[in-house]
Each structure stands twice: as structure tokens, then as C-alpha cells.
Design a binder for this molecule. Sequence first.
Ligand code: FES
Length: 169
Amino acid sequence: MESKETKLHQEVSSLAILESEIRKLQYRQDALIEVLHIAQNLFSYLSKETLRYVAKQLKLPYSKVQGVATFYHLFRLQPPAEHTCIVCTGTACYVKGAYRLLETVESWSGLQEGHISEDSKISLRSVRCLEPCGIAPVVVIDGKVRGHETPEKLLQELKGWFVNVKDRS
Ligand code: FES
């Protein structure tokens, strides 16, 4: 677990990088989306403070910057969850039972697809085609691709997360 001091140091360096990237882009207002991408890569998500900072640097109204960040799904406005389960619901995975995987996790955990658990620890999402269709149905658990997934195997994997969450609370 990183210390508060380390985290603060990282944030200060990320802010310095963001400032330098904005300068390279000559504070152009039409580079807003590019700047938001850079900011998200640096901070993992776009906090209100980051959006305010971008608005100030590009001399844009905060409402405009927030509007763009909210409009595009690829921008995250909340910190990422500690654990992520992504179920592919593309055609090949759908045919091989992707929805059974999703339903099993949803009904077992009470966490709905597209949501993050109340304690911000677990995120459950679906996407359309992750590409390795030959091993459908595919899930990605904490960045690790798993093929030929079954509801039983998936629950087995996820139960550990929920146990850990309970242990910490
Ligand atoms: S449809 Fe799921 S990996 Fe392509």
C-alpha cells in the first residue's frame, strides 16, 4: 500500500507532466479531448479538480470541460475500482452464454452490470467483443483474459474479492 506522501508526490509529478503537455499543445482549446486523455492517463480518472485545472489552463468554462468529459464514455469521472470484472457480450460470446455469466454474477453479488460496488472496490462491466472470439465466452478479470469461462469458475474467482471486501470492512 502506497503512503500518503508517495501518493502526493505522484500527483504533483502528474500535474507537472500535464502542465507541460498542455504547454506543448499551446493551450489550444480545440485540444481539449486530447488534454483530457492525457489527464486521465496520468490520474486514472478525471476528478472535478482535474477538470477545473484543465478548464483554467485552456481558458474554457468549467461547464464546457465537464460537458465533454461526461459526453464521452471513454472518460472516467470516478476513481477506478480496485477489482474489475469485464464480461464480453459480443456475438460469439453471447452465443456461448455471456449473459448467463453476467446474470450469475449479478444475482449472486447484487452488483449490476455497469456499476461499482458501494465501497468502490469492485466494478462489473460488459463490452462488445474483446477480440479473442475463438475462446468465447471471454471475461477479463483484473486485466487477465480468461476464455471458455463458465458461471461456476467465474463465481469461484470473484468470491475471493467479496470475501476480501468483507474482511476489510
Ligand atoms: S465476441 Fe467476445 S471476444 Fe469476440
